[in-house]
Design a protein around this ligand. Structure first.
Ligand SMILES: *[C@@H]1O[C@H](CO)[C@@H](O)[C@H](O)[C@H]1NC(C)=O
Ligand SMILES: *[C@@H]1O[C@H](CO)[C@@H](O)[C@H](O)[C@H]1NC(C)=O
Ligand SMILES: *[C@@H]1O[C@H](CO)[C@@H](O)[C@H](O)[C@H]1NC(C)=O
Ligand SMILES: *[C@@H]1O[C@H](CO)[C@@H](O)[C@H](O)[C@H]1NC(C)=O
Ligand SMILES: *[C@@H]1O[C@H](CO)[C@@H](O)[C@H](O)[C@H]1NC(C)=O
Ligand SMILES: *[C@@H]1O[C@H](CO)[C@@H](O)[C@H](O)[C@H]1NC(C)=O
Ligand SMILES: *[C@@H]1O[C@H](CO)[C@@H](O)[C@H](O)[C@H]1NC(C)=O
Ligand SMILES: *[C@@H]1O[C@H](CO)[C@@H](O)[C@H](O)[C@H]1NC(C)=O
Length: 631
């Protein structure tokens, strides 16, 4: 592959002397079992499971890269050819990662480029060619054959560009300019935990094309988005979004069960909500994550997707506000899930590695987790839908050490809208978090008041946790306490950074635990600056036995709070170690699982039992109240 690429560069530009420096995985501070398994065949899976078409082609793999000279290149349209970019880079990846083959930091400006061919027949019958990026951090300017075809602002969102008019017969060139200031002074943009100067709870940043790039052929009038909400009553509320010309077209939709049997067939009109009913659906829940396939045809366009039938609501049981899934309260227990990798930083080394983390949680008995100020690729959420893990999804915060100006706030709010509109179709996501621990949360007014309403307007089917920790002013469905190491979940006691439990809302312990246990150097992120922050971990337990003993006490204390107080859900910090933080269930390399599995399973089951006991006598009444009118 590598040799072929170099040969082809030579063939095209025979006089070029400087060959691109060949790809290799850079020296790793720490690897994982998957670091060396995929080679340059990165992320070959179909990247968009909720809007699938048959004609597609991955553009992942080796591209060329060089550092950019600055904003002027884009302003003046000085666009380099692939052969002039001195390094091979693996796409998708973060430039800071060893897997990228680059492993450089502070690359504020970059150029990425490759050549590509469009398969035969893709533009027949007036068909269009769409170029899709799943995510580029932070601003991407995209060129085809050195002509600018589009721009994107925001590091976590997918975007599609119609490149048909820019294509040549045979070889084409794709060039992408990337600008990423991360948390450089003066910038307040969504970054989550990324920091140019990593320190303990802030980690190595990600720059560049860190999720899949691919293209597909679509008919001249095509489906751009499927919004599907399917409730426990069997009602599907669906909006089929389309490209301009198709604004009043009709579509046909088929729903099939897990055995492939057709359970519904209906005709609707695009670009407006359309509802129809599937009789007695098998409901989706963490214990029984049943999904249904959907296929939608509009004219010559045909796409497939999936959904799960479930209803999320707030109920009151014995005077306590509770989150209900399909009308039932069960205790929701999850981890703080950062989604960082020692080899790929923001990009998991492959799908298997990504799913491994989720499977570990499932195996220990967790039924939920909190995706912490990061957004993952579509395959991640699909895996949660399939495995049965409820997701609390955070909006990536702006840097914690600053406050946004009005225009920075407006841009962040624009991207909050995108978070919701691009992710509101995954059955597993059930709560949105707007702010984390007051980070970049303005308090000269309460932005979360309007933002809670805005999120509810964009997605009336889910819950909102307006402020996870710290500056709570009474908005959203949850009252969220953060406290280390002990929980204070719906309790009549609280500490300085928190507010007293507010019984008009549901109680969640948005973070607790965080207990650490140092490990030998072969499982540590071997970076001196990170290791020197290990002792900032909230608590260090000297042995794994001590760590498990402490975990047992904390989980028992949480169980007491479920039994005695208003606690409905909780988040344990955290799924894995990250850099200088050694408080994961798993070490950063995923090779050591700290929990005493039998003890943890028993402790988690005890939490669930305590929750079930609180779901007792009001149950019958509630089911009656929820019964829906016949359709
Ligand atoms: C496209 O370029 C590659 C090398 O980059 C070459 O092998 C191939 O023959 C070219 N194809 C066409 C149709 O020109
Ligand atoms: C990157 O930039 C940050 C902030 O300007 C600085 O603290 C850090 O030392 C730089 N890192 C490198 C490797 O130059
Ligand atoms: C269907 O969804 C849309 C968009 O969220 C919403 O405005 C509408 O009220 C829903 N219709 C029904 C019947 O639930
Ligand atoms: C779509 O239908 C609406 C009402 O049914 C009509 O007002 C509108 O003109 C139509 N638009 C197009 C582009 O046909
Ligand atoms: C549902 O769709 C997926 C993806 O297209 C496919 O792999 C699977 O076989 C389908 N399931 C059934 C039961 O048809
Ligand atoms: C949907 O429309 C098609 C024609 O486009 C028609 O053949 C079919 O009977 C309709 N089906 C339903 C359920 O209305
Ligand atoms: C953690 O372990 C590493 C080596 O594995 C060691 O260098 C470091 O000093 C330890 N830190 C603490 C706080 O124990
Ligand atoms: C943490 O360890 C560093 C040395 O590795 C030391 O300088 C520092 O004082 C320690 N901090 C605490 C809070 O113990």
């Amino acid at each position: 592959m590598k040799l072929g690429f170099l040969k082809s560069c030579l063939a095209l530009v025979p006089v070029l002397i400087s060959l691109a420096q060949g790809y290799e995985i850079k020296n790793l501070p720490l690897d994982t079992p998957w670091t060396h398994t995929s080679g340059t065949d990165a992320w070959p899976e179909y990247p968009r499971p909720q809007l699938q078409r048959s004609q597609w082609k991955s553009l992942n793999g080796l591209w060329n890269w060089k550092e950019g000279a600055g904003a002027d290149e884009v302003l003046m349209n000085i666009v380099p050819l692939p052969d002039t970019l001195a390094h091979e880079v693996l796409i998708p990846s973060c430039l800071e990662s060893a897997l990228s083959g680059i492993q450089k930091t502070n690359m504020t400006y970059s150029w990425f480029a490759r050549r590509f061919e469009v398969p035969e027949g893709w533009t027949d019958n007036g068909n269009r060619v769409m170029l899709n990026f799943e995510a580029v951090d932070y601003i991407a300017t995209v060129y085809v054959n050195s002509q600018r075809v589009g721009d994107q602002v925001g590091g976590y969102w997918h975007f599609s560009l119609d490149i048909t008019e820019f294509l040549l017969h045979g070889n084409n060139t794709l060039q992408v300019s990337v600008f990423d200031p991360t948390d450089a002074e003066g910038y307040q943009i969504p970054v989550g935990k990324q920091a140019l100067s990593p320190s303990h709870i802030f980690y190595t940043p990600c720059t560049g094309i860190w999720q899949s790039v691919w293209m597909e052929s679509v008919p001249s009038q095509y489906i751009t988005q499927l919004d599907v909400a399917a409730g426990m009553d069997g009602r599907i509320n669906m909006t089929v979004g389309t490209s301009g010309g198709a604004s009043n077209s009709s579509f046909q939709v088929t729903v099939a069960d897990t055995r492939g049997n057709r359970v519904a067939y209906a005709n609707g009109t695009v670009n407006r909500p359309f509802t129809f009913v599937v009789g007695s659906p098998h409901l989706w829940s963490p214990d029984d994550p049943t999904l249904y396939n959907i296929s939608v045809t509009m004219g010559r366009d045909k796409v497939t997707s999936y959904t799960g039938f479930r209803t999320i609501s707030v109920g009151e049981i014995d005077g306590v506000k509770r989150p209900l899934i399909n009308g039932e309260f069960f205790f929701q227990f999850g981890t703080l899930d950062q989604g960082f990798w020692p080899d790929g930083i923001y990009t998991p080394p492959n799908r298997e590695a990504m799913v491994y983390d989720l499977q570990q949680l499932k195996d220990l008995g967790f039924n939920m987790f909190r995706k912490h100020i990061k957004v993952e690729n579509a395959l991640f959420y699909q895996a949660c839908d399939q495995l049965g893990l409820l997701v609390i999804q955070d909006m990536p915060s702006m840097p914690a050490n600053g406050m946004p100006s009005d225009s920075q706030q407006a841009e962040w709010e624009r991207q909050l809208d995108i978070l919701i509109t691009q992710h509101r179709n995954y059955p597993s996501i059930y709560t949105w978090i707007i702010y984390n621990e007051g980070w970049a949360q303005r308090t000269d007014y309460y932005p979360e008041a309007a933002l809670t309403q805005r999120v509810k307007q964009l997605d009336p089917t889910r819950l909102v946790d307006a402020t996870s920790g710290w500056h709570d002013h009474g908005y959203g469905d949850w009252h969220d306490n953060h406290h280390y190491a002990n929980p204070q979940c719906g309790t009549p006691f609280y500490s300085t950074q928190s507010t007293p439990y507010d019984p008009t809302r549901m109680a969640i312990q948005g973070e607790f635990g965080g207990i650490g246990n140092n490990v030998s150097i072969e499982h540590l992120w071997n970076v001196k600056a990170a290791i020197s922050t290990v002792n900032q971990t909230y608590e260090i337990d000297l042995t794994i036995q001590d760590w498990n003993y402490r975990a047992h006490l904390l989980l028992s204390e949480l169980r007491d709070q479920v039994e005695k107080f208003a606690c409905s859900a909780a988040i344990w910090t955290q799924t894995t170690d990250v850099e200088g933080e050694v408080n994961g269930l798993l070490t950063y390399d995923r090779r050591v699982l700290r929990p005493d599995v039998d003890q943890w399973k028993a402790d988690i089951q005890a939490l669930k039992d305590a929750g079930a006991a609180r779901n007792g006598k009001a149950k019958k009444l509630r089911t009656q109240k929820l019964r829906l009118p016949a359709s």
